[in-house]
Design a binder for this molecule. Structure first.
Ligand code: ADP
Length: 420
């Protein structure tokens, strides 16, 4: 039977670019369709996808060897019947036998004989298959399985070492961020304190509105810097499971009141209504008051950021069995469903960073993308859950977002966050 080469697909797996080019040129000049893979893993993937009529493979390639690729290809039903031909510089009889027991159907040695190669390929395409004598087959199979176990052992050892290296480097990075954060916090706190002192002194000197305005701006900017440094420190602490919670019975009502008061001036500047109701009837919950306040504050401040002027933000809570369910809703732009599971990830911001503007409360004023990560870590450390509900993002229709927190009234010992 003569085959039309133009309908025949050959996959060649080879890490040496010169061999790839040469074989491709020879086979394409015969009219075959040739695809190339540079290593075993991508060769396997291409074989599954392209369903070639014949696979040529080098044996000594990086990652999976040609023999291992052949074994794998013979195991899966899409490629079980495809002839696999080794094309290799290894010329010993034992190398050939090992390739054949591993799953190869033929063995061609390098250097490549460009005149003979097309005839050999045509023969394999027409059904030629090489075989190993049964007498030595068992011996080679045994050697092959031993070689596989040795390789597995070496690979596991290499992976374990690489993992240990990565863990060490990750710890160094986390320690560095915590240290750098602490180092930055001291001077920024001092600057903030001195600026306020200066403001008081200057007010007495009555140097005029302009000077007051400059000092106010320095003070606001420093406060913002403090908040950013705090967020970085908190994320690093959460990341390395070092968030140290002091769990005592706290009154949610007073924490909510403090948060609403703290956010009131930002809301007023943007003509936003902040609503809550009397929550003093709720039982005290065992929590870290500072961290809980920070979490609620971040959520309300996000609602302020992502709700256009004139909107409404409300915080409600109720008891549900052994937990308190807190809901923070806004009449803002909402969050796309596809984004909802990612917004708690570190550094996740939905806006384009090229147009990023940073502001504490301006509409859509971006941040570092750490706010929700901190909230998530804090809630997890309290043994609670956080999730968001929104119909999607729409700047005109303003579907709003609802952030839900479920906090156990008594969480037991502090939990280790398992954040991203
Ligand atoms: P950022 O510092 O950018 O505000 P966050 O971690 O607090 O980072 O929030 C991550 C992203 O989630 C934000 O960039 C924003 O796109 C989205 N997001 C958070 N809260 C809201 C909300 N109330 N309404 C709409 N989008 C929100």
């Amino acid at each position: 039977m003569t085959l039309d080469p133009a309908t025949i697909k050959i996959l060649y797996i080879e890490d040496d670019p010169n061999s790839r080019r040469l074989v491709q040129r020879v086979l394409e000049s015969e009219g075959y369709q040739v695809s190339l893979a540079e290593d075993g893993m991508s060769g396997l993937e291409m074989a599954r996808r392209l369903h070639p009529d014949l696979i040529l493979t080098d044996i000594n390639i990086g990652g999976m060897t040609g023999n291992e690729v052949a074994t794998r290809l013979k195991e899966q039903k899409e490629t079980r019947g495809t002839p696999i031909i080794a094309l290799t510089a290894a010329t010993l009889a034992t190398d050939r036998e090992r390739a054949l027991v591993a799953g190869c159907d033929g063995y061609i040695t390098k250097p490549i004989d460009v005149d003979a190669l097309p005839t050999l390929i045509a023969k394999f395409l027409s059904g030629k298959r090489e075989k190993v004598d049964d007498t030595i087959k068992m011996q080679r199979l045994e050697e092959y399985s031993q070689a596989l176990v040795t390789r597995l052992e070496t690979t596991v050892a290499q992976l374990e070492k690489a993992n240990a290296d990565l863990r060490r480097m990750d710890k160094m990075k986390k320690d560095f961020v915590v240290l750098a954060g602490h180092e930055l916090r001291t001077p920024t706190t001092l600057i903030y304190g001195y600026t306020n002192l200066l403001r008081m002194e200057m007010q007495q000197l009555q140097l005029g509105e302009h000077v007051d305005d400059v000092i106010n701006r320095i003070s606001t900017a420093t406060q913002r810097l403090n908040e950013v440094v705090d967020a970085i420190i908190n994320v690093s602490l959460i990341d390395s499971a070092q968030l140290d919670l002091t769990l005592v019975p706290v009154d949610l009502h007073s924490i909510v009141q403090a948060v609403m008061q703290e956010q009131q001036s930002s809301a007023r500047q943007r003509d936003l209504k902040l609503e809550t109701r009397d929550l003093s009837y709720l039982p005290p919950i065992k929590a870290d008051a500072n961290y809980l306040r920070r979490a609620l504050s971040n959520l309300v401040s996000n609602s302020i950021k992502y709700t256009p002027d004139g909107g409404r933000i409300s915080l409600d809570a109720e008891q549900e069995h052994g937990a308190i369910h807190i809901i923070i809703s806004d009449t803002g732009i909402g969050i796309d469903r596809a984004e909802q599971e990612h917004i708690f990830d570190k550094f996740y911001v939905l806006e384009d960073t090229a147009t990023h503007s940073t502001s504490h409360n301006a509409f859509m004023g971006g941040g570092l993308g750490l706010g929700l990560t901190v909230v998530y870590g804090i809630i997890q450390a309290h043994g609670g859950r956080i999730w968001v509900e929104s119909e999607g993002q729409d700047m005109n229709r303003l579907p709003g977002s609802r952030f839900h927190l479920l906090l156990p009234i008594d969480p037991g010992p502090a939990h280790t966050p398992t954040n991203t």
